[in-house]
Design a protein around this ligand. Structure first.
Ligand code: C6P
Length: 423
């Protein structure tokens, strides 16, 4: 097929004085210069995990070399420096998601741990036999299984709001499923399997109209758009550092202060206490209450560097650039005969999921890999989404701020190669 790009990768930005210069941005990411199987890497597996900019790598390195020690424990110089940097990272994350105060940010391992924390503390205190927890059909397993476990433990019922064949939540059904038995609602902001951007503001409004608190899984939202938890009016918001150009093993849970401060601890151990005796332990205030043991100090600090990086580029400029790129990819792939897109919601971010007639997604993934193109093939930890569309798996290309139209063209050429092989 004809290559659609016009050899220019500079997207228009709202800030005209800082054009979104993707060629320059790519130089910030050493991994993007790799060659695999002798070909320049095309990295389109960003929904699984993103590559890291030099500023994040450098901050990790600097921390270990120049100001590393345990946090909140020492009176000595290095411990104070590390504690200061760790708490500054918390303030950066607070600003990044628009939380009202830094104490509303709990560092966790990632989205999965954040959801499990809420399910087993807030959830256990709130949900009883006969109650309901509402999710949607497009959740990642991380936003299904913890609620399923909670329901099994308490005798509550997990209710699932259906999606339509474009991959959008059916809002009338969503509203109908909210009732006086609903004790909690959890929803994904951007689907990792379909790319759908859910109308979370509207859904939160519906839930709150029934006094139902809401957790938003923001794992696939934060790398692509500005998030403001106060404007969304959500009660909890979770995300992972590694999907937003930060390190693995670190993420954040935002919780509204009045809810967090009333919640019991998740794990017991050092630093989450005010005082301990064999007779009784008094717990610390949040966020320390939920950060038992030595935290991922360097991870949190480098997550702060990732926040700086994203804010330096501007979330709105990123959104605009990626939106053009996603339209380009969607158009290019849907123009290929024999390619079927899975997930065609009006509002999408980052993800194009597709099938090639006559070729299993895993074979497609393997052939593309040999062309130097990294995509994910599988169920994307969202098996109910696959069931909805009646497929076992899809091929998923997921874009980030450093991808280009030339890379999409390489993907389209790779798809043609697959079709040649499968005749
Ligand atoms: N999705 C993907 O390839 P963790 O693993 O805790 O950082 O994130 C879990 C998670 C939760 N919610 C959503 C919407 C997600 O996309 C993910 C991770 C990756 O799609 C790995 S399965």
């Amino acid at each position: 097929m004809a290559m659609l790009h016009e050899a220019k990768n500079i997207g228009s930005s709202s800030a005209e004085k800082h054009p979104f210069d993707v060629d320059k941005i790519r130089q910030d990411f050493p991994a993007l210069g790799l060659r695999v199987y002798g070909k320049p890497l095309v990295y389109l597996d960003n929904a699984a995990s993103t590559q890291k900019p030099v500023s994040v790598l450098d901050e990790e390195d600097r921390c270990y070399r120049e100001y590393y020690s345990n946090v909140h424990r020492g009176v000595h110089y290095l411990s104070q420096k590390a504690t200061e940097a760790y708490e500054q990272a918390r303030r950066k994350v607070q600003g990044f998601v628009g939380a009202a105060r830094p104490e509303e940010i709990v560092f966790v391992r990632g989205t999965t741990e954040g959801i499990n924390l809420v399910a087993s503390t807030f959830g256990r205190g709130r949900v009883e036999a006969g109650d309901e927890v509402l999710i949607t059909e497009m959740e990642h397993h991380s936003n299904i299984v913890p609620w399923q476990m909670l329901c099994e433990q308490t005798g509550a019922t997990l209710r699932v709001a259906p999606i339509d064949d474009r991959g959008e939540v059916i809002l009338e059904e969503y509203e109908k499923l909210l009732n006086e038995r609903t004790r909690l609602a959890a929803m994904v902001y951007v689907s990792n399997a379909l790319g759908t951007i859910n109308p979370v503001e509207r859904m939160i409004e519906m839930a709150h109209a029934q006094d139902v608190p809401v957790l938003v899984d923001g794992a696939q939202a934060v790398p692509h758009m500005k998030v403001d938890v106060q404007a969304l009016d959500c009660d909890f918001f979770v995300f992972s550092g590694h999907k937003m150009f930060g390190p693995t093993g670190i993420g954040a849970l935002y919780g509204r202060w009045d809810l967090l401060s009333a919640m019991p601890p998740y794990q017991g151990g050092g630093e989450m206490i005010r005082s301990v005796s064999f007779a009784k332990t008094e717990y610390a205030e949040p966020p320390a209450r939920f950060e038992a043991g030595t935290p991922n100090i360097v991870g949190a600090i480098a997550l702060g560097a990732a926040v700086d990086y994203l804010q330096g580029l501007g979330l709105e400029a990123i959104r605009q650039y990626e939106s053009g790129l996603l339209d380009y990819a969607t158009e290019a792939l849907s123009a290929v005969p024999g390619v079927r897109l899975v997930g065609t919601a009006t509002h999408r971010a980052s993800v194009v999921s597709f099938l090639i007639e006559g070729a299993h997604p895993h074979d497609v993934g393997t052939i593309l890999d040999r062309e130097g193109i990294a995509v994910r093939a599988g169920h994307h930890c969202a098996q109910p989404v696959m069931d909805h569309f009646g497929v076992p798996a899809t091929v998923r290309a997921s874009l980030a701020l450093y991808n280009t139209r030339q890379e999409i063209d390489r993907l389209v050429t790779g798809v043609a190669k697959v079709q040649e092989i499968f005749g």
